[in-house]
Design a protein around this ligand. Sequence first.
Ligand code: AMP
Length: 620
Amino acid sequence: MRRELLSKFQDKDAKMLQFGHHLFMDGKRIEYKGEEALKEIERMIIMPNEIQKDTLGKILSKNGETEYLKKYMGGSRDISDFKRHVPVATYKDFRPYIQRIMNGEDSSLLTGDPITEMLSSSGTSGGEPKLVPSIAEDLDRRTFFYNLILPIMNRYFPGLDDGKVMCLYFVKAERSAPCSLPIRSVLTSYYKSRHFKCRVRIPFHDDTSPDPVILCNDSNQSMYCQLLAGLVHRHQVCRLGAIFASAFLRGVSFLEQKWVNFCDDIRTGRLDQSITDPESRSSMMAILSFPNPTLAKEIEEICSQTSWKGILWRLWPRAKYIEAVLTGSMAQYIPALEFYTEGKIPLISTMYASSECYFGLNLKPFCAPEDVAYTLVPKMGFFEFIPLGENGTLAMDMDEDEEVPKRKLVDLVKVKVGCYYELVVTNFSGLYRYRMGDVLQVTGFHNRAPQFRFICRRNVVLSIDSDKTSEEDLHKSVTVAKKLLEPYDALLAEYTGYADTSSLPGHYVLFWEIVYHNLVTQLDATILQECCIAVEEKLDYVYRRCRTYDKTVGPLEIRVVTPGTFLALMDLFISQGGSINQYKTPRCITSASALELLNANVEASFFSPRYPTWINAVQF
Ligand code: AMP
C-alpha cells in the first residue's frame, strides 16, 4: 500500500525535480522540491500520529519556559503534563498576555522565539479584531505549506509549469503596536516577506501581476492593475484564483465595470490616469509596452456580449482551474462562479488556513466543491478536537462559556467518521489549546489521516428565542429557497441575516441581493413571499416550533437590496480595518453601521405569508 501510494505520487514528479527551491524549516536549510513535497504528503497520511507527537514535543521544548506554559506545567516539557494540565482556552485567555507584549513586555510571556509581528485575524473578540502573535519561523512554515499545494495540483493538471497565473492578491496598510511590532494581516505579512519576493518565478509562480501591484495599499488600483495584467497575458494564463471566492467575484464585477478602460489601455499602450501609485505605474508600463489593438479588439468582442455567461473561459481560454476557498460560507458563491465559467473551468478549494495556523490541504482537488475535505498537515501545529453534538452544536453536557474539560479533547487520529468537532490548535507562536471556533466534520480517512469537511464557524447564529440557527442551517435554507428564483432568470448573488428584535415578537430578516440575467424580468411579490416560507420550512425543528406553536418568533422577512449593496458592505468592513483577502460576508449582522447601510439600500420587503409546518414530535 505504502509503495503504491509513493509511486502514485512520484509518477508525475519527474518534471518537478528540476524546479526545487530553498527554504528553512525547523532551523535547517532544506532543498524543497516537488519530490520532497510528495514524500511529505505521504508521510502525513501514513504516520500522522507520530508527526503530531513530534510537533508537540518541538513546541514544548521551544516554549516550555514561557510564562504561560510554566504557569500550568511548571517548566516540564512532557507531553503527558501538557495534556493533563494545560487548559482549553479562548482568545480572552490570551488577550492579557498579548496586550502586555504589545505594550513592550518580552515575547517570553508566550513564546521561546521573539515575536516578530502581530497578525490581525478576521475574528473579533468583544468588538475588536483578534491579534495573533507570530514568529519569524512561521513564514517558513507557511511557505512549506504553500509548496505542498502545487505538486498535488500538478498530478491532476499536468502542464501547470507551462503558463502564467492570474491570482488576485492584496495587501492592507499596516499599523504599529506601542512596542513597534507591525500589526498586519497574515497575507500582507506573507506578500511582504522575502519568501514571497524571492519565490521562484518559473515554473509555478509566474504571476501575471508584477509584485509592486500586489504590494500596492490601494486595493482599487491594485485590482485594476492585476486584472489588466491578466488580460494582457490572457493567452498564457493557465490558472486563475484568489484566496477566497468572494474576492475573485469582486474581481469579476470590477471587470464588468472597467473593461472598456482596460481595452483602451491595451489598444493605446497607455495606462489609465487613475493609477497613481508610482511603482504600480512603472511596473504596468513595462507590461503595456506597445499598443496592441488586436488584443483590445478580442477582449472588447468578448466583454461586449449581452450575457456574461462563460466570460471566464472566453477571456482566459487556457485556464485549467480557478483556485479559491469555496467551502463554508464561501459555498454560496459556487453558482455565480459556475455561471461565469459555464461549468468549463473546474473550481478548486485547495487549502484551509487561518492567521493562527495553516491547517489542511485538499488532496482530491478534482472533487465537486460540496465534497471538499481537508487533510490536516500534522507538522503545522498540534491539533485536538472538542466533540460536538449532531450538526455541530455543543454537546448536551457542555455550556457555551464553560471551560471545556481537558479529558474531552480528542487527538487527531482518534476522531470518528461522521462526527462533528471544534478544532483546538497549539501552535509554535504562543497559542496553546486555543479554540478556533471552526466546526469540522470527519468525512473519512485517507490512510491514517482523517479528512475534514469545513462546516461553519461556531457561534455565527441567528437567535430570537430558544431557536438557534447556525450558519450552515441558514445556508441550507437559503439554498433551497433561492431555487425558486431560477425559473425567472434571477440569481441570489449575496445574502446576510439579522435577528430583528425591535418589534415583538422578533423575527429573522434576510437581506438579499438579486441579479437578473434577463433585464425584462421583474419578480412578483408572491415569489419572494414563497422564498420566505421556503426558508422557514427548511429551518430546524426548534425554529418552526417557536414560530408556529410558541409564537415567540414572527414571520421571516426578506429585504431585497439594490445591486452593489454587498460590495458597499465589503467596503465598509474593509474601511473599518478588515482585509480584502480575508473578507467573508458575515452571515449575521451585528454592527449598527452595517445594518444602517443595508437598510438604506432596501428596495422592497416581503414577509412569510403563513406558518411553517411543525408537528409536535414529542409524544407523551
Ligand atoms: P483569518 O484568521 O482571518 O485568516 O480567518 C481564518 C478563518 O477563515 C478560519 O478559522 C475559517 O473560519 C475560515 N476559513 C479559512 N479557510 C477556510 C476554508 N478552506 N473553508 C472555509 N472556511 C475557511
